[in-house]
Structures are given as C-alpha cells and as structure tokens.
Design a protein around this ligand. Sequence first.
Ligand SMILES: *[C@@H]1O[C@H](CO)[C@@H](O)[C@H](O)[C@H]1NC(C)=O
Ligand SMILES: *[C@@H]1O[C@H](CO)[C@@H](O)[C@H](O)[C@H]1NC(C)=O
Ligand SMILES: *[C@@H]1O[C@H](CO)[C@@H](O)[C@H](O)[C@H]1NC(C)=O
Ligand SMILES: *[C@@H]1O[C@H](CO)[C@@H](O)[C@H](O)[C@H]1NC(C)=O
Ligand SMILES: *[C@@H]1O[C@H](CO)[C@@H](O)[C@H](O)[C@H]1NC(C)=O
Ligand SMILES: *[C@@H]1O[C@H](CO)[C@@H](O)[C@H](O)[C@H]1NC(C)=O
Length: 922
Amino acid sequence: MLLRVLVLYWSLQSGKVAESTVTPLRYNLTILTHLEGGAQNRYEGIVSIDLEAKKATRYIYLNCRYLNMFVEKTWLLRWASGKRITATDIKKNAKKPNEVTVVINLPLRLGETYTMHIFYTGNLNRPQKYGYFAGHYDQTPQIFYSLTRLEPDYAHTAFPCFDSPLHRTPFNVTMVHHQKFVALSSMPAIRETPHDEIRDYVWTTFMTSPPLATRQIMWALHRLEKVSHSVTATGEKVTTWARWQVKEKFAKAAELTPNLLKNYETLFGLPLPNGPDWGGKFDQVVLPGYTELYSGKGLMVYGEEEVGSSQNPLESLEVTLAELVARQWNGLLVSPSDWDASYVRDGINNYLAFQVLARDNKGEYSRTFLLTTRLDVLNYDSQTETKAIAVDVREIRHNKFRKHKMCLLAHMVKLAIGDKAFFEGLHEFFQRYSSSSASTNQLWEQLQRAARRSHQLPIGVVLTTMMASWLKQPGYPLLTVLRNNRDNKVTITQSRYYQKKMNIVSKDCWWVPVVYITKNISLPQVEWLGCVNKIAEVITLSNVVDPNEWLLLNVDAAVPVRVLYDLYNWRLISEALLQDFSQISELSRAQLVDDALNLAWSGQLPYKVVLSLIKYLSNETSIAVWQTAVTNLEKLQSIMRMSTGYRIFKLFMRILIEPSFKANFKPSSGKARTDAASKTTTSPDTQSKASTGPDTPSLSGIMYRLACQYEVKECLTDAHQQFQKAMDQNSTSSIPEELRETVLCRGIRTGLEYHWLVVRDMFFEAVKEKEKGILLNSLSCTTEYWAMQKLLGWALDFDKVPKTLTVGLLTAVMRTSLGFYVGNQFLVDKMDEFVRRFTNNELKSVLSPFINAVTTKDELYELQFLIKKKLKSLTSSSLTAMLEPASDRLHWRKYNYFDLLNAIKNITVDKDSQISSLWNSV
Ligand SMILES: *[C@@H]1O[C@H](CO)[C@@H](O)[C@H](O)[C@H]1NC(C)=O
Ligand SMILES: *[C@@H]1O[C@H](CO)[C@@H](O)[C@H](O)[C@H]1NC(C)=O
Ligand SMILES: *[C@@H]1O[C@H](CO)[C@@H](O)[C@H](O)[C@H]1NC(C)=O
Ligand SMILES: *[C@@H]1O[C@H](CO)[C@@H](O)[C@H](O)[C@H]1NC(C)=O
Ligand SMILES: *[C@@H]1O[C@H](CO)[C@@H](O)[C@H](O)[C@H]1NC(C)=O
Ligand SMILES: *[C@@H]1O[C@H](CO)[C@@H](O)[C@H](O)[C@H]1NC(C)=O
C-alpha cells in the first residue's frame, strides 16, 4: 500500500513545477471577464511577468493548462536595451501537461531582467470549480459570479505563470468587467475608471500586493450585497457579502472576525503583518451552493449551506470563520511548500478553530465537535476500501475525510506533547517561516523541538516518522488490552481495525501515544506503542494497576483508535459507571460507549458485555455521550425494525430511556419551555453548559424524541396535545423548535389526512430553511400511500424541495415502514431522473438513505444492479465502497443479530438481576 501511495505521489510531483531558467520578480495581471451565462462565460487576460534570467537560454518553461496562448501575442522586453524579443514557438509537452515551452528568437542573458508579456484566453465554465471559474445561483433571473480557487495547484489554469509554492512575488491586478458586478481581489481597489471601448464596462485597479505565491492571489466578480462590516483592532476593514435572502444569517459574520484575529494573535503569540504596504482587509464572500471553505490573501469564500445546516447556525458560522481566520497564519503567513499537503494545514486549522473558540467558553461545543468528528472519521475509516489521507484524489468526501482525520491527529499531537509545547512549537514555526513556505515535515520538526525541550517526547519517538504512519496508511489501530492479574501485568497490542471481521490479519502498524489512567491514578500517563520497520511493538506494563481497579486507555479520546479490553476490565468499568459515572470523564465515557457498540457490531465483543456497559446510560446526563450512543443505537434500530425481534429491542430501549426521559420531562403547559427543561438536569457535568443558547440540542430534546419513538406513554400523550394545539392555532410556533419534528411526525402518523394537508401548506409557506426541513421531514410520517408518493415526487422537483433538503427528506422517508417500500420502488422507477438531476457527487449522498436502509440480500442486489446499470461511469471499486455500508449491515444481520437479541432477552426478562449475574457465564 505504502509503495502505491508513494508512486502516486511522485507521479503527481513530476512535471508540476516548470524547470526554472528564470526567476519571476513581479506579476502584472489584467483580466477581462465576460460573464453572461452559458458558453458566453469566458475571459481574456494579459499577464506581464518581470523576471530575471538564471541561464542564457532561448527556452522559457512556463506553467499553463486549459488556456490559449498565441505566438504572435507573446513577447519579451529586455530592460537593459528596451528592445523587444519575439516568441517563435510555443510548444506543448506531452509528458508534462501543465507546462509549455516558449521559444524566443534571441537568448536571454544571464542575470539580466526582462518583462514577458502574454495575451491569453480562457473558459470560465469549469464544473469542478477550480482555477478561474463561473457559477450562478437563483433561477429567475440567474445571477452569475466568477471566482478563483488556485489552491493547491490551479494557478496555471487561471493565468500562465511560474507556478511554484516557493516563489513569492508582488502582484498587480486589474479587472475589466461589466459595471453591474463588484470586483474584489486580494488587495483593496484603488481606482475604477470607465472603459472607453466596451459599453458599460469598467476597469478596477487594485493596490500592489505584498509578495505572494501564485496560489495565494485571488479575485472575484459578484453581485452580492454588503450584509455586514466592521474594523479590526489594527484598522483593517472586514466586509461580508451575501445574498439579501440570507442577510440575517450573516449579519454577525463581520463583527465576529476581529475578535477571532485577536484570539489567534494571543494563541500564537504572533501578530499578522500590517502597515500601509500590506493593504490589509478581509472580504468574506458567501455563495449559495459552494461546498468549500476557501481563502487567499484578503478574501475568504464559503458556502451559504456550510453555515446553519447544523443545529446551531451561529456556532457553525463561528467555526467556519475561525477556520478561515486560522489560515491567515497557517496558510498565508506560512504556506505549505508541498503541493498536496494543504489537507494537513486544513485539518490543523479546523482543530485550531475549536481551540480558539474554546477560549471564549465554548468548551462544550469543542468537545461535542471532537466527538462528532471522531464518530464520523472512525466509522468511515474502518471500511475496507478507505484510502490513506496522504492520497490526493480530488473528491468532496475524501477531502472532508482528510481534513477531519487530520484534525483528530492534531488533537493527538497536542495531547501527546502537551499544550505548552504544542503552541510554542506553532509559534516558532510561524515565526521562523514567516512570509515564506514550509513543508509538513518542517512543522513536525518544529513541534518536536518544542516537545523535546520540555521533555515531553521520548528520544525514541520521531514526530515525522510517527505522523507518516498515520498519514500514509489507511485505517487506524485497534488497541487490545489484556490484564494478567496473577503477575499484575498489562499487555497492549495493536492491529488495524475493520468494521467487518476480516479473515486476513493486517500487518499495518502505527506510532500510538497510549494515554491511560486507573481508578487510583487519575493523572494521565503516556507510553508509546512503536512501529519500527513495519513491525508492531508490544507494551507490557507492570504493577500499574491493582487487580480490583479499572484501567482506562486513550483518556479523553486522545487518539483516533478503538480499545478492546479483556472481559474482566470491561466488567470493572461497567461497574464503575453504574456506581458513579462521573469518575470517568465525559469524553472517555463517550469513547467507551462508541467503542463497545462498534466492537460488538464487528463481532469482536459480545453484546451482553456491551449492554452491561450501556445500562448506566439511564443515569447519563451528558448530551455528547447520549448523542454518541444514539447514533450507534439508531444503526441497530434501522435493522431491528425489519425483524421479528423489534418488539424486544423496543422494550430494551424503553428501559434505557425512560428514567432519563422522566427526569428531564415536564409536560407542556402551552408555553415554549426548552430552556427550563434543559436546566432540570442535575449533574455538575452539564449544569455549567446548559445555557449555551436556544439552538443547542438539549438532553430533554433528545430524550423526548427517543421516548416518542419507542412509545413511552407520557411522551405520546404530550405530543398528541401539542399537535392538537398547533392544528387548532394553525401554527407550529407553540411547539418548542427542537421537539417540533417529533410532535408533528407523531401527529401526522396518528392524525387525519386533513392534518397532512395543513402541514403541507405550512411547508410551502415556510421561508426559513430549517423550518422547511422540519415540516418536510414530518410529512414523511404519513401512513397514506398517495401522500408518500407525492412527497417522493417532490424530492426530484427543486422548486418544491431545494437540493439542500433532499437527503434529509429521503432519509426521513426511508425510516418509516411505509416509506421504506414506497421509496425503494420509487428509486427503481425514477433512477433515470435521479441521474439526470444530480451530479455524480450529489448522487452519492442522495443514494445513501437507500443504502443505509438495506436489510436483505435481495435489496442489496437490486440496488447494486440498479446503480451499476444507470451510473456507468462508476468504477467497480467505488461501487463496492459505496455499497459497503449495506453489505456490512447484511453481515451484521447474519452473524450478530441473535447475539444482540439474546443479550437483550437476558436483560429485559430478568430486569432486577444484579449486573454481576450477567457475568456468571463468562
Ligand atoms: C499592468 O497592467 C495595467 C492595466 O492593464 C497596465 O496599464 C500597465 O501598463 C501594466 N504594466 C505593465 C508593466 O505591463
Ligand atoms: C503596479 O501598481 C503600482 C501602483 O498602482 C504601480 O505604481 C506600478 O507601476 C504597477 N506595476 C506594474 C508592473 O504595472
Ligand atoms: C489504590 O488505592 C488503594 C486505597 O486507596 C490502595 O490500597 C492501593 O494500594 C492503591 N493502588 C495503587 C496501585 O496505587
Ligand atoms: C441512577 O438512577 C437511578 C434511578 O433511575 C437511581 O436510583 C440511582 O441512584 C442513580 N445512580 C446514580 C449513580 O446516580
Ligand atoms: C392557516 O394559515 C394560513 C396562512 O397563515 C392560511 O393561508 C390558511 O388559510 C389557514 N388555514 C386555516 C384552516 O385557517
Ligand atoms: C442468557 O441467560 C441464560 C441463563 O440465565 C444463559 O444460559 C444464556 O447463555 C444467556 N444468553 C446470553 C446471550 O447471554
């Protein structure tokens, strides 16, 4: 595997940077953009590059791709004589598609300065949205915009250049465009003058930039509105541009930014450059339908949907901004010198965003975030088809995965070397490589120096080697812990973790900091599990834990690994949790619950052990832990509900949920009461964070949803009353927002056809996307065939259901028993239309609700057949990867279903038995 990755890597490298016979000194770019829609979206440009000859040569190797250059419109000016040198040929190189050779009639003289002028043209219609591209939004009329995205290596697709992360030069940018567009670039505009020849066109000239790498320069044309603005402490202007429809959502964006800048400055102990030449300003461009975060100097771009899709729009806005602002240091001040290592930077910035937000008392949120990221990454990365994060396939899902796994790895490094060394190392890194570029290894080396200085890293551990083991291999390890009470030893070994039980034994190994505590020793201890010459080492710890004390590894989810203890230790931990769960920290509890349920899923741990562990959840007060549990239990539920064992599963879930539901529940008295309810939790663990705002999910909200789902009587009665009231008032505003979907769903399921129609009308009238989503999803709870058909039809009609809500709707539909059958048939009937309406990337998520609902072989085969037939471009390996969750579910149904059922039977049949009685047969 490693070999293949390296080969890929090198094939990417070769021919990327043009062999340099010259050094660029300055760029002068003039871009004339025709942004009129369709094939009319094109641009022409003149790039003038001041350069110094490093060789006497008639050949100049230039990076240029997908652009048209013309021999007669390419020439050089020799500064010394003012004479013109003409180009005689422009040659493409078949082996290096990113490069052209400009042949000139007179050789350059070593050490002399020239200006090279190139006229070129390009096309803006690039579906992948890289280089200089056009996009549009809104239907009538369509509104166009154009934007650059030059990272990691697209600059030469936007203008001919010497594309290298190593050169930094000043840039002059001038844009020629229709006056209805606002032109932005990395620097502030200094002049706008009308164009003499083209009607309604203007020239916008920008200030000269400080030295930048080619990929850091940006420009854009748009027709968005200025929705907010502010000024930073050093007087730099911050402006947010967005559609007027979402004005409110982004009203705070500009004013959040100065504070973030200040916090990072403190965190890194290093201010950003400023002063008149720096031309500091921050334009934030918020675009609908844009799925990435992007920024260069002076300009930040993110999608409308990036913010607000999660539970709390303001917080997700803050995280998005925090990540973009972190790039000002890690990305702009110091840019990555390896071409394809920007994922390392993005992952670290993602992590830093949570560090900086935690400073403003968002500790709770960063914990939740870390857990959500962990759940997602560990789940995705345990499939057999995953790729190492160093592998550069430009695909949305992989990019997200790279960033998130890297974020967890940043957390690992920080926990392993300590906060102090981590931030000192970063500070020194930014200082040392300020205004230049550095490789990923240079970052690890700097962190290592700081760690060694504070004696936080054993000499035997080399950070670059350690990180390579995580970046260049797919997957992550399972740590297996065996306690031997006779001689009081603990043995820890590692092997790759697969979600599915594998027949092959993988020989992969990683460098893992093993952070552990015991019942007695609550100060985390660190031991390193090595991987030398691809051979996994084994740790043996002597006398660290008494036979009757529990041992806990990977404290606070330090490392992305799973931990499998022996049955004895599982039992000690389960008992400790039942006794007093607060002796184990929140993050560790979440990890225990997550690991146990996943290990049981893959057949490596009996369900009776897991059920004994999660039994304590009845008392659990942490939202994060419950969310982790619910995510895993829902996966079980989605299979169990199609089996005869469902009645027993429901019974078990009721036992688990009821105490917590009742402790948090106050029957509705008519007023919205989310706030009061979330404060009824009594544990010191949650009390301090209960007040994070009305939008944060509360434990009572989660419990309400579960209680109604598993038919706890009090919940059903309450939901019924709330639904009636809403119907009487012809408005849902009396239902607290976080309960709304549950209440409406219940109401529609047991209500009249008329009620469905009322909610449908509310859906059509709702304006806010979140509200629309809630109403739409609850419509799927209908038991009427015709209504379900109608609803599914809307999934393909973007005027009725915007694309952003499609996946949510399909998921909701497939979760209901009627929807499951109608939905599957609908997909078979309408697959062609799905393929027509969604891009391949969108299809992957649109089809996931169907894949995640598969419970039988026949269903899987049918789905596989359908996708193969209609999605011809899909390779067989990506088809396998896509369907892996489904085949995984079948595997579980076949091998683990009865284990779960029996374990539940044993708990539910004999409710009062002591937990230890479960262990008699162990
Ligand atoms: C740079 O571009 C501007 C705007 O097109 C132009 O007026 C100026 O002459 C150019 N400078 C050089 C050196 O080409
Ligand atoms: C770049 O812009 C600055 C200020 O507008 C101007 O003085 C300078 O001549 C420009 N450079 C080139 C090469 O055109
Ligand atoms: C743990 O604490 C108990 C009592 O507090 C003590 O007897 C025991 O020796 C301790 N064990 C270790 C390993 O320190
Ligand atoms: C857990 O909850 C039960 C009631 O559901 C209660 O009797 C018990 O004391 C609680 N245990 C702890 C450790 O809080
Ligand atoms: C409910 O309210 C909407 C507008 O708010 C109105 O169009 C509709 O007629 C009302 N329905 C009933 C039954 O009052
Ligand atoms: C359930 O309990 C019975 C007796 O208590 C035992 O024989 C059986 O093995 C248990 N099954 C499981 C799956 O634990």
